[in-house]
Design a protein around this ligand. Structure first.
Ligand code: AMP
Ligand code: MG
Length: 489
């Protein structure tokens, strides 16, 4: 199947609990992504092997793997929790693929560990499919993310608000180390172990700094820069993570640990996808600020390795990097090359208009690509007050007139950054209903295939699947706008 090592295991048992996945009865395949198999240097046909679901459901252990539940703590909704850790997941190990890239493989939902705090160690089928689709969708958009090899369903029912089907997700990540992995050693006053973790992280994930005298500072700087860029990308696609606790923040700056996330439908800075986030700590508009807050917590945890002034100086690099990347992405979404203050003002006015009209965020930008020669009716239909949007478009035109780019070229460049398809919550929800109520996973597969290349019309795919593209790219119907999900999804 695939041969693993587990480098993290060498750090010693202060860093984890050795724990094999619990066996399950009658595991079955829900969905599988062949590209992720290839990424691992695995033959995608391995999915046909009868024991595939045993390996990725928890019944068999892959050769060379050394399953362990990682220890970490962290700040959840602003408060420090000294007891977190992998309560229901294990890191199986890592593999170097034929391109020389290292990937870690973990199973999520494979039974309780020492960190389970009385919970059952399982994950719902719904939440597992949501994480599977989300990882692949963000990857398709070009956003750094963990990915998903497969979802394996299990027959045992688990208890949430109601009895739920359960599943095991195979997560593939560059790293499973979180900000909270460092907080763990800081708050338990074990600086030597914190230093070992930093050295390990640098060795595996930031090797370019390993020989530098100020390697810890450089490492921290680059976590800051990657996080700033990641969140700028989230904002540009209207992606809201939902649970930006420090234990869900990846040390390599990937989108990590999907729970009650959501893509924004109508533009609304106050969008909160997480049903239990009643104060809106993790709303769309607050993500950039929360990213900074989390990086401050990481800085505190690295306090034994980097001096206080240096931490402050590095943190000061966050906002400028965020602004730089965000501005450049919004300019390319608008098809504008001269990103000066006139552009800035026009962008601000646009967001006001989108908000006051409840316009679909994704589709507005896609439709803007048709300006000025294409059919503008679908765009104009998004606004109640036609005069306002026409005035805005007139100003937009005057900015475009400053640049001599052929409209067709601009349209192409805009379509390459403005997706036609996103993982709309209601589409995911409908796919989940089919999966859970009818054991029909076809809609999950359709969404996964479609979201591989969300910028293209996917004409051939729609023909092959005999599906109507309109259903997948239409504005979210009013009753589904702003839909929230619970942690068990
Ligand atoms: P999450 O919201 O998935 O990031 O989880 C937060 C913490 O709760 C982590 O330590 C998880 O391992 C733990 N956890 C969540 N659900 C369960 C469960 N059903 N069984 C055991 N631990 C869980
Ligand atoms: Mg988590």
């Amino acid at each position: 199947m695939i041969n693993l090592e587990n480098h993290f295991a060498a750090l010693g048992e202060d860093f984890y609990q050795l724990k094999n996945p619990d066996p399950v009865s009658e595991p079955y395949l829900v969905d599988f992504e062949p590209d992720v198999a290839r990424l691992l240097g695995m033959d995608p046909d391995a999915v046909r092997n009868l024991d595939f679901v045993d390996y990725f459901g928890g019944n068999k252990i892959l050769p060379g793997s050394n399953p362990l539940a990682m220890a970490y703590t962290g700040h959840q909704f602003g408060s420090y929790n000294p007891r977190i850790g992998d309560g229901r997941a294990v890191l199986l190990g890592d593999v170097k693929n034929p391109d020389g890239d290292d990937w870690e493989i973990s199973l999520k939902g494979c039974g309780p560990t020492r960190f389970a705090r009385g919970f059952d160690g399982r994950a719902t089928l719904r939440a597992s499919i949501r994480e599977h689709l989300a990882g692949e969708a963000l990857h398709g958009l070009g956003v750094p993310t963990t990915r998903s090899l497969a979802v394996v369903g299990i027959r045992d029912l688990i208890h949430r608000e109601t009895p739920e089907l359960a599943a095991v997700l195979t997560r593939v990540a560059r790293s499973h180390i979180r900000f909270g992995s460092f907080e763990n050693f800081h708050y338990t006053n074990r600086p030597t172990l914190g230093k070992n973790l930093a050295n390990y992280t640098i060795h595996r994930h930031y090797p370019q700094f390993a020989k530098e005298a100020d390697k810890y500072r450089l490492f921290y700087r680059h976590v800051i820069l990657r996080t700033a860029r990641l969140i700028a990308q989230w904002q540009s696609f209207g992606f809201v993570h939902g649970v930006m606790n420090t234990d869900n923040m990846s040390i390599v700056g990937d989108t990590f640990d999907y729970g009650p996330f959501g893509f924004m439908d109508a533009f609304n800075p106050n969008f909160i996808p997480n049903h239990s986030d009643s104060n809106g700590r993790y709303s769309f508009a607050r993500q950039p600020e929360i990213g900074f807050w989390n990086l401050q917590k990481l800085g505190t945890a690295l306090g034994a390795l980097i001096d206080e002034d240096a931490i402050k100086q590095e943190l000061a690099g966050y906002q400028p990097e965020y602004n730089r990347v965000y501005r450049s992405i919004i300019a390319s979404k608008m098809g504008i090359q001269i990103a000066d203050s006139a552009f800035h003002d026009l962008g601000g006015a646009l967001f006001q208009l989108l908000y006051s009209n409840g316009a679909d965020y994704t589709n507005f930008f896609r439709r803007l690509g048709d300006f000025p020669d294409g059919n503008m009716e679908p765009l104009l239909a998004m606004f109640e007050n036609k005069k306002e949007i026409k005035d805005w478009l007139a100003q937009y035109r005057s900015l475009l007139d400053r640049e001599d780019r052929p409209p067709e070229e601009r349209r192409e460049s805009m379509n390459a950054v403005n997706p036609k398809f996103i993982l709309r919550n209601y589409l995911a929800h409908q796919a989940l209903e089919k999966a859970v109520k009818e054991a029909d996973f076809s809609e999950v597969v359709n969404l996964r295939l479609l979201l591989r290349d969300p910028f293209s019309d996917n004409t051939e795919l729609f023909q092959n699947l005999n599906l109507d593209p309109e259903r997948y790219c239409a504005d979210t119907p009013r009753k589904w706008i702003g839909m929230q999900v619970s942690c068990s999804a």
